[in-house]
Design a binder for this molecule. Structure first.
Ligand SMILES: Cc1cc2nc3c(=O)[nH]c(=O)nc-3n(C[C@H](O)[C@H](O)[C@H](O)COP(=O)(O)OP(=O)(O)OC[C@H]3O[C@@H](n4cnc5c(N)ncnc54)[C@H](O)[C@@H]3O)c2cc1C
Length: 404
């Protein structure tokens, strides 16, 4: 008897429907407004908190789903409504993933609920890795963390850039270098608690897409945090640094550990945008008449839609496989996490562009959502590792060679 099945279970179907209804009734109608305003859509996050979507309980339930599929399902449904608003709702989970990947159980209990707050008092979290001179090359972070044994405090100095929820978050998870000679193996993650002096927001960026999601610099100027804010604890860090100095391999590198788990989830967001554009274009192609017939009756349009649907499904399957592998602790032998994010991201860009073409002039103007979906899709070939970096990871994994 085989227990293989591609069916979602009852729980997953129920949650999928619940999140979809929220996305359809609350997120999508608000998408245009918040894209134009280029601001965090607080009222929508509050709505999501009121019904329990924006909460530590819901996301931990989704995160620990034994099949691994619940997080991709939730992310796809939210992004189907709108990429920017969805990122405002799930951006906090990037910070949470940083805590879960590197923190002790006590640190998770303390900080994860504080990342979300309560429906009456919403909080946000941010995950701060990228710097002006360290984007793809995470090993060259310049932000420094220096320990003072007497006071048991760490002092953080540096500038982080492109940070989702940066400066407006209550909990910032910061990756900093403790020993720069060790590259990424000399890095550690820190929680910077709400209101800590020395952390401030720098420039807020105006973006091409996902404009309802706040992106800004985070400046750390003699920002002091207690020893307990070092994720994983000092003993573990010292052990890891000692191993690295002896030239031994260590199992976890702060930033990388977080990215591994989150790539298929980010891929799922791209799948949501892809699906939105595909569905819209399919409907439009059936209704729009030129030369006395629906435009879908031309193979030139129908084949485009066939390709869009095929790539949409292929993206989702790659995302689900990687999420399932991550949850079942299967080793990514061929960079399957990277593969899923790369393919889903590039598919989103391609499908949304095809959708514009199918709508013609109507695809190009802001009265219709398709041009927004195209603008929103592009970030998925850039953040959480560019497509080139994902290809590097896959290429190295399949060849066993150090491809540059
Ligand atoms: C809207 C937005 C939100 C973001 N949110 C966050 C966040 O919350 N937290 C966070 O830490 N970061 C965040 N980022 C940062 C994001 O992860 C980086 O922008 C990304 O990793 C790329 O780094 P970079 O922009 O410095 O580009 P670079 O690393 O300078 O890359 C430039 C180009 O060179 C290519 N390239 C670089 N190295 C190689 C190589 N070895 N081989 C082939 N090609 C290469 C890249 O693929 C890219 O095409 C966000 C970025 C944006 C735009």
């Amino acid at each position: 008897m085989s227990n293989f099945s591609m069916d979602l279970n009852e729980d997953q179907l129920q949650i999928q429907k619940w999140v979809h209804d929220f996305s359809e009734n609350v997120i999508r109608p608000a998408a245009h407004e918040w894209d134009e305003r280029e601001e965090t859509p607080w009222p929508i996050i509050e709505e999501a908190a009121k019904i329990g979507i924006y909460s530590a309980e819901f996301f931990s339930q989704a995160f620990f789903d034994p099949t691994g599929l619940m997080m991709p399902i939730v992310n796809e449904e939210l992004s189907w409504g709108d990429g920017g608003i969805a990122l405002s709702i799930v951006g906090t989970t990037l910070g949470v993933a940083g805590i879960v990947a590197n923190g002790t159980p006590e640190q998770m209990m303390e900080w994860v609920p504080q990342c979300f707050g309560t429906p009456d008092d919403i909080k946000l979290a941010a995950f701060c890795v990228s710097e002006p001179d360290a984007g793809s090359d995470v090993s060259s972070l310049r932000t420094k963390a220096v320990y003072d044994e007497k006071s048991d405090t760490w002092t953080l100095n540096g500038t982080k850039t492109w940070i989702t929820n940066g400066g407006i978050a209550d909990v910032h998870v910061v990756v900093a270098s403790v020993d720069s000679e060790l590259g990424s193996r000399g890095q550690a993650s820190f929680v910077v608690p709400p209101g800590t002096p020395g952390l401030s927001q720098g420039q807020k960026f105006q973006k091409m897409g996902i404009r309802a999601s706040h992106t800004a610099e985070v400046v750390l100027d003699d920002c002091k945090v207690p020893g307990s804010c070092l994720l994983g604890g000092k003993e573990k860090l010292d052990e890891r640094l000692a191993k690295a100095r002896e030239g031994k391999k260590s199992s976890s590198q702060a930033a990388m550990a977080t990215f591994e788990a989150s790539r298929p989830i980010v891929g799922a967001q791209a799948v949501g945008i892809t699906r939105a554009a595909y569905e819209y274009a399919l409907q439009y192609a059936k209704e729009r008449k030129q030369f006395g017939r629906a435009i879908i009756e031309n193979q030139g349009i129908a084949f485009k839609l066939a390709d869009m649907k095929t790539r949409l499904d292929a993206s989702r399957l790659l995302v689900w496989r990687a999420a399932w592998m991550a949850q079942s602790r299967k080793k990514f032998e061929a960079g399957e996490g990277s593969m899923s994010k790369m393919y889903a991201g590039e598919t989103a860009v391609w499908v949304t562009e095809q959708a514009i073409q199918i709508l013609g002039g109507y695809g190009y103007v802001r009265e219709y959502p398709v041009e927004r979906w195209h603008r929103d899709s592009k970030i998925y070939t850039i953040f959480e590792g560019t497509s080139e970096i994902q290809r590097l990871i896959v290429a190295r994994a399949i060849s066993g060679m150090y491809i540059r």
